[in-house]
Design a protein around this ligand. Structure first.
Ligand SMILES: C[S@@+](CC[C@H](N)C(=O)[O-])C[C@H]1O[C@@H](n2cnc3c(N)ncnc32)[C@H](O)[C@@H]1O
Length: 221
């Protein structure tokens, strides 16, 4: 898989993909992540990428030309072009799974007051990572990239993400590690029993209990 991220703040990505599982996935060629400064595509003599909004109002708006040219430069028949925007479809684990099977993803990060509305015409999908406003799409693109890359086959054990929260509309079951007793708090006896059937049943029940308590909306689905 290849992920191209379009931003005017490429330095924000300096350390994000150079540690942990994502860095390993890059080293093992499971994914290629390129950061593009779309300012480099601006035909303006001063490499300007934004301008004041028609009709007046606050802030600066990203212009069409650099983003159109950058996307047209990168796009192939296998690409899916995604715009990060607060009014996009709410990003969910189900979408992460769908995107993890794509060959080429292009993520466009807005900034300042936003982007010229006509930029939407070159996008296949618009995604929001939540009902709040970030200064730019950079953090949103990092969140989306991270959640997709860990689902690419071979990046982590499939069995490990199959039990994650949100699969089957359930939250993950509680987990414990050593020591058996920490400050008087005991590990549930069943997990020490060695009885795999009982452990599986316990985890299923705990997962449903936790979902009922914390996210009943998931069970309603
Ligand atoms: C300050 S925001 C612009 C907000 C815009 N004026 C609005 O109210 O919808 C600048 C950029 O950050 C990104 N952004 C902000 N919040 C986001 C969110 N929740 N999900 C995805 N992208 C977001 C988008 O690319 C957006 O164009």
């Amino acid at each position: 898989m290849k992920i191209d991220i379009l931003t005017i703040f490429p330095e924000m990505f300096d350390h994000v993909f150079s540690s942990s599982i994502i860095s390993r996935a890059i080293k093992e060629n499971k994914v290629v992540i390129n950061i593009h400064n779309f300012r480099d595509f601006s035909t303006d003599p001063h490499h300007k990428v934004d301008d004041t909004p028609y009709g007046g109002g606050n802030g600066m708006v990203l212009t069409c030309q650099p983003i159109f040219d950058c996307v047209e430069h990168l796009k192939t028949e296998e690409s899916i072009v995604i715009l990060l925007t607060p009014d996009g479809i709410p990003y969910k684990q189900k979408i992460a799974y769908e995107l993890s099977s794509k060959k080429h993803i292009i993520l466009i990060c807005g900034h300042y007051e936003g982007f010229d509305e006509r930029i939407r015409t070159i996008c296949d999908l618009e995604l929001s990572i939540g009902d709040y406003i970030l200064t730019g799409g950079e953090l949103a693109s990092m969140v989306i990239t991270d959640s997709i890359v860990r689902l690419i086959p071979g990046v982590i054990e499939t069995s490990s993400h199959q039990n994650d929260s949100f699969n089957n509309n359930l939250l993950d079951y509680p987990t414990y590690t050593k020591p058996r007793n920490f400050r008087g708090m005991e590990v549930p006896e069943v997990l020490l029993s060695g009885d795999h059937k009982k452990i599986e049943e316990y985890r299923k029940i705990e997962s449903i209990k936790k979902t009922k308590e914390k996210r009943p909306d998931l069970l309603e689905k």
